[in-house]
Design a protein around this ligand. Structure first.
Ligand code: C2E
Ligand code: MG
Ligand code: MG
Ligand code: MG
Length: 286
């Protein structure tokens, strides 16, 4: 019986593997076509300064507007893009689009704020990132201070010295850098000390637990203290409720991002928001 089960298990396993491989190949082909047919779009989510209530930055978030599948969220295709070499091309598209959009907004008189772009680990270690960045800044005639890179903790671990060197060169160009999803990666604090980053993004899993989970609250408190003692700003991701906002403000968190203030918006919605000069009501914190 055991032998039989084993054989069935094995057959199931290979079929399962084949299916997954097929799905992956289909997705890879879809992503390649998406690039060729220009089916990607960026949505933008505001980042709010808790001292002023103002929108002080935006995060550019990628979506795939597929004719067959509809609007596909990044978690459904970024991992596959990362495993194939597609992430480099997709990453270039994202940076180009973010820069082109900033230039378009500036020319149209929209009051712009810096735009943060997510940079995948494999993209970060790729030779092309630095020249590509220089090319975009020149092509769209943008101040580097209008761009921020969001990096994850894992990016630096293959070759930490090379990552640190690249970060310093990006910093010298004038790009701001944030560590995304802070606390969920390797959290090697000795490297954190050497990363020339400007901001820690507190992962939304900690934000989610803030009100009901004492341990999440302790972690958030500690991360904010750590960041401040290293001279870094903090932004909490995934802020959805007033309760979370209050606790974050009480702990001295500098900025928030989340549905509480706004979901990521398509370009037109973001332009309207920037033009409106909307300020978050800080009265709830009193
Ligand atoms: P992330 O960089 O940590 O982005 C934050 C994610 O949280 C976004 O999901 C955003 O829509 C979502 N979010 C924001 N506020 C809230 C909230 O209040 N509640 C909840 N539940 N979620 C909130 P999204 O847009 O689906 O992106 C998921 C991830 O995909 C991103 O996580 C990032 O790691 C990756 N990603 C997105 N765009 C790009 C890109 O252009 N390049 C790369 N390499 N990765 C990207
Ligand atoms: Mg991010
Ligand atoms: Mg994040
Ligand atoms: Mg995340």
């Amino acid at each position: 019986r055991a032998k039989e089960a084993g054989r069935n298990g094995f057959q199931f396993f290979t079929q399962e593997m084949q299916n997954r491989l097929d799905a992956r190949v289909t997705l890879e082909q879809g992503l390649l076509r998406a690039l060729q047919r220009d089916e990607f779009v960026l949505h933008y989510q505001p980042q709010i300064d808790l001292a002023s209530g103002r929108v002080i930055g935006l995060e550019a978030l990628l979506r795939w507007q597929s004719p067959e599948l509809g609007l596909v969220p990044p978690m459904q295709f970024i991992p596959v893009a990362e495993e194939s070499n597609l992430i480099t091309a997709i990453g270039s598209w994202v940076l180009d689009k973010a820069c082109a959009t900033l230039r378009k907004w500036i020319d149209a008189g929209v009051p712009v704020v810096p735009v943060a772009v997510n940079v995948a680990a494999s993209q970060f270690s790729h030779q092309s990132l630095e020249p590509m960045l220089q090319e975009m800044l020149e092509k769209y005639d943008l101040e580097p201070s209008l761009l921020e890179f969001e990096l994850t903790e894992s990016l630096s671990m293959d070759d930490p010295e090379a990552s640190i060197a690249l970060m310093h060169r990006l910093k010298a160009v004038g790009i701001a850098m944030a560590i995304d999803d802070f606390g969920t990666g390797y959290s090697n604090l000795s490297y954190l000390k050497r990363f020339p980053v400007d901001k820690l993004k507190i992962d939304q899993s900690f934000t989610r637990g803030l009100v009901n989970d004492a341990e999440d609250r302790s972690i958030v408190t500690a991360v904010i203290r750590l960041a401040h003692s290293l001279g870094l700003r903090t932004i909490a991701e995934g802020v959805e409720t007033e309760g979370q906002l209050r606790l974050l403000a009480a702990q001295g968190c500098d900025e928030i991002q989340g549905y509480y203030f706004s979901r990521p918006l398509p370009e037109v919605g973001m332009v309207a928001m920037l033009k409106s000069g909307v300020v978050m009501d800080l009265g709830v914190l009193r």
